[in-house]
Design a protein around this ligand. Structure first.
Ligand code: HAM
Length: 423
């Protein structure tokens, strides 16, 4: 047997119902908030992420599925969606063609990480991006969408954490203060921290090594070094969140692992996910559109991990099984009549099935049960002679005769009134 690659997963029938529910909920919500879907390729030039995600990130340094293609070009499976969304926004002049530059995408991402619960090598994100708007109300609207996604799916005990990491005007002073406060202690920190102190000192706050924590706890906080414009912006984001009743906590440790962030950063953390507790994360990245060759546009967004949302979904989520009809055929005449009825039902939009191979009545009813059919139609010699079929409600066991020419509309109504998967 050839097994699936480590860190990748088949999503089996049954499990897929949860995925479809989460995906459908996410799409409905994005469209309700005015976002248009954009689909970009899963394969891109390596350079897009080296420049976009950032050379100093773990993603670019050690996690990309990058290779030289047969034409000699360096390409990679995308590790995240944001640089692709920016590329497409610039490449297709979406600034001029879209009524609002609010975009979402959904699909697989690839990172060569160490797999564990909630962390995979192929995983899926819902990605949400807004271009060209700087007002703190935009940050709050994006955070509102993120929060509504998690709470609307019924995920309890979620926590929204926010921070501001400043901008190119105020960050150098903060980085200097951080390095000055570290002083001789730098040599006592882990290798990752020492490397980060040279490339992106903020990321020392991402360190999880227990021995490093007492030193990290004594370091300065970015919010104490914000310039006036950044401080006003951050205060604006928080007051907009308060105005719409979204609960937040502030953490100076929320620096995020990607290089492009400025000002607002945020994450929604879930319980019951173990170490990989971020359901979603994002923030502002005002300089990135320009860096990737576009106009000087502000931007903000987030991405949610679909695996993590599915894992955190409560038992009570109204996933539902789609309603179906099943036809039980008795005898050769019954089978012939059932076969035409089956097609007529499907043409009318009713999910319907029957046993295509001849089976006894009991075994056909067993199959109807296994398929969780809402109604069963019994088509047999006696019924046909009377120009009728028998309709059985599988939940109540009630049976009634229906005229053959009324069958399609009756079954369609019976099934439509019980269709699952409601939002
Ligand atoms: P990120 O924090 O790298 O941000 O990923 C966002 C979310 O994707 C995480 O919170 C997590 O739920 C999920 N995720 C990340 N890596 C894995 C993995 N290996 N296995 C399972 N789930 C994972 C970004 O990707 C940014 N592009 C977000 C963004 C959009 N910022 C601005 N716009």
């Amino acid at each position: 047997m050839i097994a699936a690659i480590r860190g990748t997963h088949d999503i089996l029938p049954g499990e897929v119902d949860k995925w479809q529910y989460v995906e459908r909920y996410a799409r409905t919500l994005c469209e309700r908030y005015g976002y248009a879907e954009l689909r970009t390729p899963v394969i891109e030039r390596e350079e897009l992420f080296a420049k976009g995600t950032g050379e100093s990130t773990d993603i670019v340094q050690k996690e990309m599925y990058a290779f030289t293609d047969k034409g000699g070009e360096r390409v990679t499976l995308r590790p995240e969606a944001t640089p692709s969304m920016v590329r497409a926004y610039i490449e297709h002049n979406l600034e001029h063609t879209l009524p609002a530059a609010k975009l979402y995408a959904m699909g697989p991402m690839f990172r060569y990480e160490r797999p564990q619960k909630g962390r995979y090598r192929q995983f899926h994100q819902l990605d949400v991006e807004v271009f060209g708007m700087e007002d703190p109300a935009v940050d709050a609207e994006v955070i509102d969408l993120a929060w509504s996604l998690v709470t609307g799916l019924g995920i309890a005990q979620a926590e929204l954490v926010v921070n501001s990491v400043g901008c190119p005007a105020c960050r150098p002073a903060f980085q200097q203060a951080l390095l000055a406060a570290l002083g001789d202690n730098l040599a006592k920190l882990c290798g990752d921290c020492q490397r980060r102190s040279a490339t992106n000192p903020l990321r020392i706050y991402d360190c999880k090594v227990p021995a490093d924590q007492p030193i990290i706890d004594g370091l300065p906080h970015s919010v104490d070094y914000l310039c006036d414009a950044c401080a006003t912006h951050f205060a604006g984001v928080k007051s907009h969140l308060d105005a719409i009743g979204i609960p937040w906590t502030q953490s100076h440790r929320l620096v995020r692992g990607l290089d492009y962030y400025v000002r607002t950063t945020f994450e929604v953390l879930g319980q019951a996910l173990g170490a990989q507790n971020a359901l979603l994360g994002g923030g502002r990245y005002d300089g990135l559109v320009k860096k990737l060759g576009g106009a000087d546009k502000a931007a903000i967004g987030f991405a949610a991990g679909l695996e993590r949302l599915v894992l955190a979904l409560p038992e009570s989520a109204p996933i539902g099984t789609p309603a179906r009809a099943f036809i039980v055929a008795i005898g050769e005449d019954g089978r012939a009549a059932a076969w035409t009825l089956l097609r007529a039902l499907r043409q009318a939009g009713v999910p319907a099935q029957m046993e295509l191979e001849a089976r006894g009545v009991r075994s056909q009813f067993k199959r109807a049960d296994r398929l969780a059919a809402r109604v069963t139609l019994i088509v047999g010699g006696d019924e046909l002679a009377r120009g009728e079929v028998t309709l059985r409600d599988m939940a109540t066991g009630e049976q009634r005769a229906i005229a053959r020419d009324a069958v399609v509309t009756t079954v369609r109504d019976a099934v439509a009134s019980t269709v699952g998967n409601k939002l």
